[in-house]
Design a protein. Structure first.
Length: 155
């Protein structure tokens, strides 16, 4: 079975996300910074009235040679919208799902959780990201139990 992925670069890494989750790719979108948010959350993006977290993929994956300033990949992951800030956009590529190489077990933290595996390219690897894990971490970056951060306050 074939599956398609949008390829993009963050620093020196070639990464991919499922094409079926892609809403659009934009350039030079500005987002509103949120005080106290972790470094990986660039802010909140308002795309035609649709609010979503803007995730700096260089900070999220701890890739030091990344700027993530120019391009935004807008995704719909399960019921959540999310913007991934990346360095450059590539092509949509199709691969046989049986060719997916699973990630090594020695990875740790968010990097381990964020990677589904990789496909071999003629000149390297296309690392496939687990967008559900990234969305989950972006929606809940401090690990707060769902519901606790929005308890009603009576005045």
């Amino acid at each position: 079975m074939q599956r398609s992925f949008l390829a993009f670069d963050v620093g020196s890494y070639s990464l991919g996300v499922p094409a079926e989750e892609l809403i659009e790719v934009n350039r030079n979108l500005s987002c509103t910074k949120v005080p106290g948010s972790p470094k990986m959350i660039r802010g909140i993006l308002n795309l035609r009235g649709l609010l979503m977290p803007a995730v700096d993929m260089g900070a999220y994956l701890d890739i030091p040679d990344s700027a993530c300033e120019s391009f935004s990949i807008i995704l719909k992951v399960q019921e959540n919208n999310i913007a991934l800030m990346v360095d450059s956009i590539g092509d949509i590529m199709a691969f046989d799902t049986q060719e997916l190489v699973l990630p090594p077990t020695h990875l740790s933290g968010q990097f381990q959780e964020a990677i589904e595996g990789a496909y071999k390219l003629p000149n390297g690897l296309l690392i496939i990201l687990d967008t559900a894990a990234i969305s989950r971490n972006a929606q809940n970056p401090h690990g707060i139990v769902a519901g606790l951060q929005s308890l009603p306050i009576s005045l």
